[in-house]
Design a protein around this ligand. Structure first.
Ligand code: PEP
Ligand code: MG
Length: 899
């Protein structure tokens, strides 16, 4: 193993490539991102100070054995000799000293890693040499004291105070305010003080031998890879431990050698807006640290054109070349030493969501990248960020610092909201509508009769429930930011306040909720609100998405206005209209209740006849909004008790009325209570709902089907192209379909004939019960389409209650690694996913043209969308506000799995 190459010189990139087999990703793996890019800049003939890179393999060997692998140190020294040759300077030579920096550089940039050590090579002798050579003793001694300080803290692990305390004390004694007040003589004294501090703390002297400095610094970088900060960062970012870090030893160039020197950082495009204009700062007569530390005010990069026109022009040429070369926006560091420009780093620059989209689209237009590359450069999260208000990151940091962050829950519906707290739907609605307040509605959980308050609210917070709870589903559908299951929040509806960790928040007080992250803050945070009409680049990107996607994106929408929004966001159909939501409207609910409580078929029919025109109008609105596109309407699904008043409350009313002898209306109330009690089930989610309810009480769905087809026929007559698809929920056996579907089809046919129009339609079912998935081949004999209701399918497959699991054991399951993620948010591919794959396969054996979609909450989750692409869905359906995100995710899935 002696001839193993551990060190690569600046001009040995080809050797590194040959060693890893040519792939750039592997070169980065071997030399780290910084080392690989520095070498690449050398290859394209940009001015980079001579350097060498110690490989990540050396780091791994060191981590494994606790010592330098054989040959490493010798190779470092040889490389050093080559650098001496290239620079004409000598490491440790007082008459012409070579100084180097030592920088860690892993494959992925890691802010938790070791900082840089600058000025390695300075000692009591070379500092004198530097002073003479530069004719600037102050500069030389300042560099030396910085070396001892950085070396002491980074390499020797001394706390910062070891140096900061004596420095402050010294300045105070002298009456200085800033470091720049220190004179050469002061700095000489400080060097002595710092050296003594090292000796006192470590029991040995600051190493005078430059080679020893180099060796210890290399070792410190290796050690930092397994340091706590780095490990924590890797855990958070999912970076594996076995990558190791490289170490870059780079010739020092000085931006602080006078007024023809300087240093700066720049982005080739504006990282905040994406504008194609260089963005950055520089300082004359300064070192990198000074720019970052903000001690002096930096100048905008364009001003360099006045200060140093030649260097500026060279810099502009270089950055253009770099951007073309990497085909991405670059983030660069440079230093000018006595008029000579040096590049110290380049990497793909971090950018805001806005900038990411603009840069991707612009670069396609400039011919720099392909549309597919552009699509892969934007994340679904970034698209989402552009569609919802957000809190300022700075504000959030400050809030965490000041203790205003009070709770977190499930990030149920993205976007940020600020408002005054109200604890019931009526008050929330009144405050919003009449008082024009911004309202956050806070409830333990929500029910269908809370919807008016939820719609009026800017944001919703619940202490119970999970990602598919009523609050979450409704909030997502209407685009209201929402956090659910914030279990730390204790709500007292009586005293109209909530308590979090002893902090009392009364009705009317301000809070801020972040539905994107699930965080809740006390008080008002600043909101940034994106303007959708101006998102032309996003629209372009999404059009390109549709060109490459195989999956279509449809939307879950109950009302025409949601359908219109979905369509404007690019939805190609309605994948789920939950018809029962319409039953909750104030003028309809009493009719629905009468219908449920009817004791004779005549009574029931009378109530249903009243509901029919309402439903017909609902559906007509949807067909018009979706002219030309398919609309899937689901027949009634939930258990009937959901439409009834709260049993406990009603009972209390009755008891009170009896006690007070108030008999008026009592009989009706008692009848209602008896009705509610008759509907009681121990396990309603697994009880009388879905298709079971349709079979038990077919009149409701018969009315619904009539309403759907009358509406469709009327619209068709007006010239609207209608494509209704009737969806039967919660099927478990094909016999259920055999019982109900022909009856409904007869109604459809009769209406179409009555009205004398023609249009195509489908009858299909949801796959929400494992048995349905397993027997999909049979089910497809009747069902003309499948739609995976993965909310219920997940509930039934795991046996976890979708309403309760997330507020108790599920969080612990995820924390303990028992589940990799919340299966109600991201589809469980191994379990639920296998059932889906089976259902698609079996279903299409029976009916090759079977249309397959998904309408559970997973339909808007990028990872789940990828899975839907893989199993061969035709479309995913999600809330209107998720449509753009889903379009990008569908495109990315197609690109990623292109054959
Ligand atoms: C589902 O179960 O995934 C579904 C879409 O139906 P719901 O959420 O209305 O039960
Ligand atoms: Mg369902």
């Amino acid at each position: 193993m002696v001839d193993k190459k551990w060190v690569y010189l600046f001009n040995e990139l080809e050797q590194a490539e040959a060693y890893v087999g040519g792939e750039w990703d592997k070169v980065r793996g071997l030399l780290g991102g910084k080392g690989a890019n520095l070498a690449e800049m050398v290859r394209i003939q940009l001015p980079v100070p001579p350097f060498f890179t110690v490989t990540t393999e050396a780091c791994n060997a060191y981590t494994a054995s606790g010592k330098f692998p054989e040959g490493l140190w010798e190779q470092e020294l040889e490389a050093m000799a080559k650098i001496e040759e290239a620079t004409g300077k000598k490491f440790g030579d007082p008459s012409n000293p070579l100084l180097v920096s030592c920088r860690s550089g892993a494959k992925f940039s890691m802010p938790g890693m070791m900082d840089t050590v600058l000025n390695i090579g300075l000692n009591d002798e070379t500092v004198e040499g530097m002073a003479k050579l530069t004719d600037n003793p102050r500069f030389a001694y300042d560099s030396y004291r910085r070396l001892i300080q950085m070396f002491g803290s980074v390499v020797l692990g001394l706390p910062d105070e070891t140096f900061e305390d004596p420095l402050e004390a010294y300045k105070e004694k002298k009456g200085y305010k800033a470091d720049t007040d220190l004179t050469t003589e002061d700095l000489k004294e400080l060097v002595a003080i710092f050296k003594k501090a090292v000796r006192d703390e470590k029991g040995f002297d600051f190493p005078q031998d430059p080679k020893e400095q180099l060796k210890l610094a290399t070792q410190a970088v290796f050690n930092s890879w397994m340091g706590k900060r780095a490990i924590d960062y890797r855990r958070a970012e999912g970076i594996p431990d076995d990558l190791g870090t490289a170490v870059n030893i780079v010739t020092m160039v000085f931006g602080n050698m006078g007024w023809t020197s300087g240093t700066g950082v720049a982005f080739t495009r504006n990282p905040a807006t994406g504008e194609n204009k260089m963005y950055g700062d520089y300082l004359l007569n300064a070192q990198g640290e000074d720019v970052v530390a903000g001690i002096r005010n930096t100048e905008p990069i364009a001003k360099l054109a006045e200060d140093m026109p030649e260097a500026y022009q060279q810099f502009v040429d270089i950055t253009e070349k770099l951007e073309k070369h990497y085909r991405d926006m670059q983030d660069v560091e440079f230093t000018i030493e006595n008029g000579r420009l040096w590049m110290l780093q380049t990497r793909n620059g971090k950018r805001t969501a806005n900038a990411a989209i603009k840069i991707a689209v612009d670069m396609v237009k400039e011919g720099l990248i392909t549309k597919e590359e552009a699509l892969m450069r934007v994340t679904p999260k970034q698209v989402d960020a552009l569609l919802h208000p957000q809190f300022d990151e700075k504000d959030k940091k400050a809030a965490h610092k000041d203790g205003r962050f009070i709770a977190s829950g499930v990030n149920a519906s993205p976007g940020a909201a600020v408002g005054q707290v109200y604890f019931d739907a009526d008050t929330a609605e009144r405050m919003a509508k009449e008082e024009k307040q911004d309202v956050i509605m806070v409830r333990p959980f929500t029910k269908p009769d809370d919807v008016h308050g939820m719609l009026a609210a800017k944001g919703i917070l619940t202490s119970e429930g999970g990602a598919t709870s009523h609050a979450a589903v409704v909030a997502r559908q209407f685009g209201v930011p929402c956090v659910v299951g914030a279990s730390k929040v204790r709500i007292n509806l009586e005293s109209r306040q909530m308590v979090v960790d002893g902090k009392v928040i009364k009705e009317g007080e301000w809070i801020s909720v972040d539905g994107t992250t699930g965080e809740v803050y006390l008080g008002k945070m600043n909101l940034t609100v994106p303007n959708l009409e101006e998102q032309t680049d996003l629209m372009t990107l999404l059009e390109w998405s549709d060109e490459v996607s195989r999956l279509q994106v449809w939307a879950n929408a109950d009302y025409p206005q949601d359908a219109r929004r979905a369509r404007s966001y690019g939805a190609k159909g309605i994948g789920l209209c939950r018809t029962e939501h319409m039953f909750f409207e104030p003028e309809r609910l009493p009719i629905v209740q009468r219908m449920i409580l009817a004791t004779t078929p005549e009574e029931r029919k009378a109530a249903l006849d009243k509901l029919l025109p309402y439903q017909r109008a609902d559906f007509a609105g949807l067909f018009e909004a979706m002219d030309g596109l398919p609309v899937i309407i689901r027949l009634i699904d939930p258990p009937l008790h959901e439409f009834m008043p709260d049993e406990e409350k009603l009972f209390e009313e009755i008891v009170t009325a009896r006690a007070l002898g108030k008999t008026e209306g009592l009989e009706e109330k008692e009848a209602l209570l008896a009705g509610i009690r008759a509907l009681h089930e121990s396990n309603p989610m697994m009880g009388l709902r879905g298709v079971r309810l349709s079979i038990y009480m077919p009149e409701i769905v018969e009315m619904q089907v009539r309403a759907i087809f009358e509406a469709a026929a009327d619209c068709a007559k007006k010239g609207v192209t209608v494509k209704p698809e009737v969806m039967i929920p919660l099927t478990g056996t094909v016999n259920e379909l055999k019982w109900i579907q022909p009856r409904l089809e007869r109604i459809a046919k009769a209406v179409v004939e009555e009205k004398g129009v023609e249009f195509s339609y489908k009858f299909g079912t949801m796959i929400e019960i494992p048995r349905a998935a397993v027997t999909a081949g049979e089910i497809a004999k009747l069902a003309e389409f499948f739609s995976f209701g993965t909310n219920d399918l997940t509930q039934m497959t795991f046996g976890y209650s979708r309403d309760d699991a997330e507020r108790n054991f599920l969080v612990k399951y995820i924390e303990e690694g028992i589940l990799p993620q919340n299966p109600f948010q991201t589809l469980d591919r191994e379990g639920v996913g296998r059932l889906m794959a089976l259902a698609v396969e079996e279903g299409r054996k029976t009916r090759p043209e079977l249309e397959v979609g998904i309408c559970g909450e997973h339909g808007g989750d990028p990872d789940s969308i990828e899975f839907c692409h893989l199993v061969g869905n035709n479309y995913v359906s999600c809330s209107p506000f998720r449509v753009p995100v889903a379009r990008l995710a569908a495109a990315q899935a197609a690109i990623k799995h292109k054959k």
